[in-house]
Design a protein around this ligand. Structure first.
Ligand SMILES: Nc1ncnc2c1ncn2[C@@H]1O[C@H](COP(=O)(O)OP(=O)(O)OP(=O)(O)O)[C@@H](O)[C@H]1O
Ligand SMILES: [Mg+2]
Length: 389
């Protein structure tokens, strides 16, 4: 079997010959575009409808447009939910970019705007240089979005037949489509159940089929809204390695994904943005965001057979606290006056050799050393809480 990369290149070739000059136009625009995704002051307001008692009716419904017309006629002011408030983002080609944020922060709205499902009110958004509002046709040729509510599979067809159906819709030539479908079914572990009816698929299997469908066309930009929700831990880990190692590193695909799984974001994202109530409140590498709130780490040292001598102990703690970057030293002394260990709060860049030399001078035998870094979860909670306050 050909490698996935070779098949992908074949697909691009087929696409290119099928669409002729149009493709060279996309390619030149794609090559010229500085960023894979760029947004400038992106704003989206959803109209809300209130009942007479002032309660909120909830999500946007199909009758909303009629209500809007009546509201205008009756000169009644409408109320809005500001889902996005001036989002500025620049995502490089081949970058894996994570969107984090509490429920209702605007993650799905941003993804839906980029894949042209929702139209923004103000600002600009570009995918590979194409304006999502003015050139939606070119935008959807360059990206594929996987949303949790994505459906469109026929319940009576098998998983494989569903993928073959979409290959046909995408205009992928038969031989290339066959190879690609088999390759993707194998890649996602669905091969053994490929000939089962879609209605027999579990939620996780349906998710994997969505992923296969997203990868049929080999687009340069992929958008995932909570891609691993509903997947078992092994499948989620396989998805992450597929995104990081194959799609981003090998094929240079740009990936934007929203997730509530902070470990996932830390594991695969080059950069993340934390959204809260429609605004970006932090945007950096996971490592930097991790330290954005807590600039310290905790350094714990365990001793083998130290006795705690009141006078010497106090001198050692004073000497440790005098080291630049050390903010506190707490001894761990048991009831028999044994010095079991020390914990120190230190700046993340502190040189630990100064600390060790103070301990050595006190003839203490070190049995283990541990450092506890602040977690991305702690930073996330602190950043979003701080903003709430
Ligand atoms: N079709 C709609 N009509 C009205 N309001 C909407 C609509 N879609 C989203 N909203 C509102 O816009 C805001 C942002 O919603 P969005 O779905 O983008 O959030 P999210 O960050 O994806 O949240 P979650 O983590 O829960 O998926 C919310 O206040 C939501 O209620
Ligand atoms: Mg969402």
């Amino acid at each position: 079997m050909k490698s996935g990369l070779a098949i992908s290149i074949n697909l691009m070739d087929c696409f290119a010959s099928a669409c002729g000059g149009m493709v060279s136009q996309w390619y030149s625009s794609t090559m010229n575009a500085k960023y894979a995704i760029e947004t400038i002051g992106l704003t989206k307001k959803y109209p809300t409808r209130r009942d007479d008692s002032g309660g909120l009716y909830g999500r946007h419904s199909s009758t909303d447009s009629f209500v809007a017309i009546f509201d205008v006629l009756r000169n009644r002011k409408r109320s809005y939910i500001e889902a996005l408030r001036g989002i500025d983002l620049q995502i490089r080609k081949g970058e894996i970019f994570g969107l984090l944020g509490p429920n209702g922060a605007g993650k799905t709205t941003l993804i839906k705007i980029l894949c042209t499902l929702v139209i923004h009110d103000e600002g600009e958004a570009y995918v590979n240089g194409f304006d999502v509002k003015k050139e939606p046709g070119n935008v959807v040729k360059h990206l594929q979005a996987v949303l949790p509510e994505s459906r469109g599979f026929n319940w009576r067809l098998t998983g494989k037949q569903n993928l073959q159906f979409y290959s046909l819709l995408y205009g992928i030539p038969e031989k290339a489509a066959r190879e690609r479908v088999n390759y993707l079914l194998e890649l996602t572990g669905l091969k053994d159940r490929a000939n089962d009816g879609y209605q027999q698929y579990s939620t996780g299997m349906q998710r994997k089929l969505l992923l296969c469908r997203a990868l049929l066309r080999n687009t340069p930009v992929l958008l995932f809204d909570e891609p691993t929700a509903g997947l078992d831990p092994t499948a989620a880990a396989e998805f992450r390695s597929l995104v990081r190692d194959k799609l981003a590193r090998q094929e240079g695909t740009t990936v934007m994904l929203s997730t509530h799984n902070l470990n996932e974001a830390q594991d695969i994202c080059d950069r993340i943005a934390i959204l809260d109530r429609g605004k970006i409140i932090a945007c950096d590498t996971p490592g930097k965001i991790q330290y954005a709130v807590h600039d310290e780490k905790v350094f714990s040292i365990a001793f083998a057979d130290g006795r705690f001598d009141e006078e010497r102990g106090r001198q050692m703690l004073n000497a440790l606290e005098a080291i630049q970057g050390v903010h506190g030293a707490t001894p761990d002394v048991d009831t028999a006056r044994n010095l079991r260990g020390l914990s120190l709060r230190v700046d993340k860049d502190t040189d630990l050799s100064d600390i060790l030399s103070v301990i050595m001078k006190n003839d203490l035998k070190i049995s283990s050393i541990n450092t506890t870094e602040p977690s991305l979860e702690e930073a996330f909670m602190a950043i979003t809480r701080r903003r709430g306050e």
